[in-house]
Design a protein around this ligand. Sequence first.
Ligand code: ATR
Length: 272
Amino acid sequence: MGHNTITSTTKLCAIIGNPIEHSLSPLIHNAAFEHLKLNYVFLAFEVEHLREAVSGIRALNLKGVSVTIPHKVEVMDYLDDIEEVARRIGAVNTILNQEGRLLGYNTDWSGAIKALEGKVELKNKKTILLGAGGAARAIAFGLKEKGADLTILNRTVKKAEVLASELNCQWGGLELVESFKPDILINTTSLGMYPRVDDLPVKKEFLKDMLVFDIVYNPLKTHLIRKAEQNGCATIPGVEMFINQAALQFELWTGKKAPLGLMKKVVVEKLS
Ligand code: ATR
């Protein structure tokens, strides 16, 4: 991999999480920095002590930080300001250091919504969201924001209920999915994720006349996406959301338009 020359004015961006060794963020951000010849470098840090790590961001003047599992919620306690939607979601996945002030953003929701809006107008669309974890939370807030007619279904029904009550939408258990006729089906559960690639969150016969979005991106084409395609459904693979959320981070940190095509290419090559 070719690098920009690192100098005494190179800006540092990073991802913090635990574990972190499988993160693709360094690959895509460094490729984008190089492509636009920006004097930035991106590293991954395995972080156990979050408060100290955020002090380090300030002390060493890192320009931008991506925050991942398990730190997206706690990190909010250590920042100077948090954008409204990230505050409502209750999770921050992006920090921007603006002249010493650490600002928190959430690009997960906007990355997902951007991927969906590339295919469909969301207003009033009957949308089933499978899962009620961190990713589901971010996407659910985005869907409500855009006026979708949302139902949240989760294995642990109580978690679906808690999230649904914040958003004033319907909820239920995963097994209810077949009683709906959605325009859009979104999988945010880990079903189908490597290494259990044969798992399917719904019966394949259910996948008819709907847009299917699976946020799982390893494998690139999940069992769900394959079956949906075979049944003639429009589909959005998880890599779209992954790239979009990274591109939005890149734009916050650099002020430059992200090279989306290139970012997608490096991820697809890596996962193929
Ligand atoms: P993420 O940040 O990716 O959303 P998470 O917060 O751990 O990860 O959420 C994982 C989601 O996948 C949850 O909705 C979880 O359901 P529970 O709330 O019942 O745990 C769902 N999930 C994980 N494994 C599952 C399985 N085997 N069957 C059904 N749902 C599953």
